[in-house]
Design a binder for this molecule. Structure first.
Ligand SMILES: [Zn+2]
Length: 372
């Protein structure tokens, strides 16, 4: 039996977007969903209680980073990632592939796996598809990822084809090595770059192996947005209707909407938490750089249409002051707002799907956000 079950509730008559639920060992996730990223077993500056208050149902952690520090064996000793970080809702871990391949000259790829040097102390390591699963089995997340290669953009056809075929072989090896399929759902990752026929080939090969869910990788790697949307349009219809689809590493408000309209159920991105620490807020009226002098005497909230803890209690002028003085509270307040903003956006998206008006919702949102 699979660890998770996807329930399709309805399809938006106006846009084709999917409204659903994913039943996991740690609760139910309403989809489409945005997943906050907690790279090192912490969503930077937020406590699990605060994440629950904003109704986050699932967070993401990074296998590569946790393997490096504090090590998966230590987390296993602690009783797994949920216990270690005191989070009793769902967790998804990536496979580490993306980080390892991002190391550039520090890594060497072979059929067996990837040899690389640590970004921390230069020590030598080797991750194979089996090792990536072993680490994720120790971490114990509800949803885990196959070890894959995310081809860069641009990349030529032959390279992408070879890379995706190896990714398929690695996915098969990972599935064979997976120890707890009844507790952890292993997803296959569709690659194939920007080539329609290669995306098709990748999806078909992975579905042949059969996974409880499918990720779409290799997007948002520098390609123009219309190309990303086109790849999604060509890829999601190939995937099974009764399983979740996860678009990896995508999380700007406009990309979330475009992805949902093209049939995606799950998203993650460091964007809301990373830009918060640089003093930038996502608002219903577009992005604002709180540091700017414009806000020096602005005693209104970050977003006049937001009901989060930060917006209920603090002004732009106060938060700007904190940012200027490098106060820790600035990061916490803006992170709280940015995460709330994206989680609320997805809640509104789900309601719009329910009411068959997602395209209208998108137009209204884009106009307000300054994209139309
Ligand atoms: Zn707010």
């Amino acid at each position: 039996m699979s660890a998770i079950r996807y329930e399709l509730i309805k399809t938006c008559k106006q846009s084709g977007a999917r409204l659903g639920k994913i039943h996991t060992p740690h609760g139910i996730i309403d989809t489409p969903i945005f997943m906050p990223v907690g790279t090192l077993a912490t969503v930077k500056s937020m406590t699990p209680e605060e994440l629950k208050e904003m109704d986050a149902r699932i967070i993401l952690s990074n296998t590569y980073h946790l393997y490096m520090r504090p090590g998966h064996k230590l987390i296993e000793k602690a009783g797994g990632l949920h216990k270690f970080m005191n989070w009793d809702r769902a967790i998804l871990t990536d496979s580490g592939g993306f980080q390892v391949f991002s190391l550039g000259p520090l890594r060497k790829i072979s059929e067996e796996g990837v040899e690389f040097r640590s970004h921390i102390d230069g020590s030598k390591h080797f991750i194979s598809p089996e090792k990536a699963i072993e680490i994720q089995n120790s971490l114990g997340a509800d949803i885990i990822m196959s070890f894959d290669e995310c081809a860069p953009y641009p990349a030529d056809y032959d390279y992408v084809k070879k890379s995706l075929e190896r990714t398929t072989r690695w996915a098969k090896r990972g599935k064979d090595a997976h120890k707890y399929p009844e507790k952890q759902a292993l997803f296959g990752i569709v690659q194939g770059g920007m080539y329609k026929d290669l995306r098709y080939q990748s999806a078909m090969e992975l579905m042949e192996i059969d996974f409880p869910g499918y990720s779409i990788g290799g997007l948002s790697v520098g390609e123009p947005k219309d190309i990303m949307n086109e790849v999604l349009e060509n890829t999601t219809p190939l995937l099974p209707k009764d399983k979740p689809r996860y678009l990896m590493g995508v999380g700007s408000p406009d990309d979330l909407l475009e992805g949902v309209i093209r049939g995606v159920d799950m998203f993650d991105c460091v964007l809301p938490t990373r830009i918060a620490r640089n003093g930038t807020a996502l608002t219903s009226l577009g992005k604002i750089v709180v540091r700017n002098a414009t806000y020096q005497e602005d005693f209104t909230p970050l977003d006049p249409n937001c009901s989060c803890y930060t917006c209920r209690n603090y002004s732009r002028a106060y938060i700007r002051h904190l940012v200027k003085c490098n106060e820790i509270l600035a990061s916490r307040l803006i992170t709280t707002h940015n995460l709330h903003f994206l989680l609320k956006l997805m809640e509104d998206v789900r309601e719009a799907i329910m009411n068959d008006r997602l395209l209208d919702f998108k137009n209204d949102f884009f106009r307000s956000y300054g994209l139309l």
